[in-house]
Design a protein around this ligand. Sequence first.
Ligand SMILES: [Zn+2]
Ligand SMILES: [Zn+2]
Length: 234
Amino acid sequence: MIAQFTHDASLLRQALLDLFFPPRCVVCRQIGEWFCAPCRQAINRILPPICQQCGRPLNRTDCPYCQKLPLQINGTRAVAFFEGSVRQAIHALKYNHRPELARPLGALLSDYFSAHPIPADALVPIPLHPEREHARGYNQARLLAQELGRHSNLPVWNDVLTRTRHTRPQVELDAVDRRDNVHDAFVATERVTGARILLIDDVCTTGATMDACGQALQARAAKSVWGLAVARSR
Ligand SMILES: [Zn+2]
Ligand SMILES: [Zn+2]
């Protein structure tokens, strides 16, 4: 009875909020959704042929990025390039306090995952430093992993990876410095031993953060480690 009342009250509250503050697409400002269907369609998808390790588009067998700095994990994949509408949507999710965007962005992950399966027993979001998570109010990677978990029925393991120290924003650094910046920044628990882990993040740049998490998971003998991000830089 009380639960029903609470449920009805929260539905009523949401209906009133939608009436007075209707969702508006963060990209085109159209009323109705936070990330509308045309803006979702407009994302620049990364399509095959791709490098089997780093997931970048590739027409040859030898990937120049992986020859220079090979990934330590099995591979990384991303749905789209980090530009245009998807860049704006991710920006709003992270910096404009719009956790609602995890739902449409997570749906992009799950559509990708159904079309291009990746071996996985569990989803593990890339952790933020606790202070940054506290300041933001949530970890966007965790919200995205929960959305993918809901669609794929894979469990989300939130507490198996910990970020042990602050790192500089990767965007300030070149590829080699990025690797040094996040080296040894993560530790994993024994729960991951023997498991096929799929790391989830909003953006993947060089893959250095995924790789550093992967090394922590490999130190606990995870069976395999893949990474999946909504978007990656070119
Ligand atoms: Zn739109
Ligand atoms: Zn590659």
